[in-house]
Design a protein around this ligand. Structure first.
Ligand code: PBG
Length: 326
């Protein structure tokens, strides 16, 4: 094997040669921009733990979608904050509930110029804040009764015009249940992006403020994955493929790049990574203190997610990156 001085790695690191041998690029087409839609507000509200990220009233979502489209971002994912919460999350699937209205308004504004993905979960709609139906006596989140509701939510989003649904509740069998229900209602061509490996992560902290989805007892460790595990993530992902998932998501992203890598390379499916609220807050806070160069670190962080194997990156920095890439 040739070694130094015949081999000099630095030969390819100068000037335009460096660009020629670059292996990965972040592109606008990789990005999904999250939007929080709040039925209870009249004006746009900044989320204090996520400076630069806002909750939008229904009256402002179309404008935001237009702006995102003009920036060249191909997709948004919607999260709803409903006016009413109860134990069954009944305001998650009504024809005129917050997400259904938001989807219609966005679609009326931008049509097929923007892919509208909807998050399918109950935690923003339940008064106890858990991602499913709860047995209060046992303080347990019930799997199978939750599936039926997830199917209803998916169909209601599809009817409103959503282009893709993204179940995030980590219930067993959720992808299969949603696939069957969508098919029964004539939505067999609507893709499912599954939160296949979603970890029980402390990096979701700021999201709970953003989406008003903190919980009243316990935590989510009985359904979200143990951060210590990676083989289990592969089993989760493989099950979702078997149940009909079209895209697999890993979440969070930066602290879980090994999972992104394994899911992409072992399952060979379109793979998404969700750079979550805590990842955003962390970079923003350091940048605000002048400790990190925001533009450069954000680009590097997202590029790393790409390099690990993600085809799609869901990030609160999507608009910033889009402005920079243009
Ligand atoms: C809801 C949901 C959560 C996130 C996306 N969907 C929160 C949670 O599971 O607690 C987190 C997103 C983020 O932190 O940016 N199930």
């Amino acid at each position: 094997m040739l070694m130094f001085p015949e081999i000099r790695m630095r030969r390819l690191r100068k000037g335009k040669i460096r660009n020629l041998v670059r292996e990965n690029l972040l592109s606008l087409d990789d990005l999904v921009h999250p939007i929080f839609v709040d039925e209870t507000i009249e004006d746009i509200q900044e989320i204090s733990s996520m400076p630069g990220v806002y909750r939008f009233p229904l009256s402002e979502v179309a404008k935001e979608a237009r702006e995102v489209t003009e920036l060249g971002i191909p997709a948004v994912i919607l999260f709803g904050i409903p006016g009413h919460k109860d134990a069954e999350g009944s305001s998650a699937y009504g024809e005129h509930d917050v997400i259904q209205e938001a989807v219609r308004r966005i679609k009326a504004e931008v049509g097929d110029e923007l892919v509208v993905i909807t998050d399918i979960c109950m935690c923003e709609y339940t008064d106890h804040g858990h991602c499913g139906i709860v047995d209060f006596a046992a303080e347990e989140v019930l799997n199978d009764p939750t599936l039926e509701i997830l199917g209803k939510i998916a169909v209601s989003h599809a009817r409103a015009g959503a282009d893709m649904v993204a179940p995030s509740g980590m219930m067993d069998g959720m992808v299969g249940a949603i696939r069957r229900t969508l098919d029964e209602h004539g939505f067999e061509t609507l893709p499912i992006m599954s939160y296949a490996a979603k970890f029980h992560s402390s990096f979701y902290g700021p999201f709970r403020e953003a989406a008003d989805s903190g919980y009243s007892f316990g935590d989510r460790s009985s359904y979200q994955m143990d951060p210590a595990n990676s083989d289990e993530a592969l089993r989760e992902a493989a099950l979702d493929v078997a149940e009909g998932a079209d895209i697999l998501m890993v979440k969070p992203a930066l602290p879980y790049l090994d999972i992104v890598y394994r899911v992409k390379h072992e399952l060979e499916m379109p793979t998404a990574a969700y750079a979550v609220s805590g990842e955003y807050a962390m970079l923003k806070a350091a940048a605000a203190n002048g400790w990190l160069d925001e533009e450069k670190t954000v680009y590097e962080a997202l590029l790393s997610i790409k390099r690990a194997g993600a085809d799609i990156i869901i990030t609160y920095f999507a608009k910033d990156i889009a402005r920079r890439l243009r």
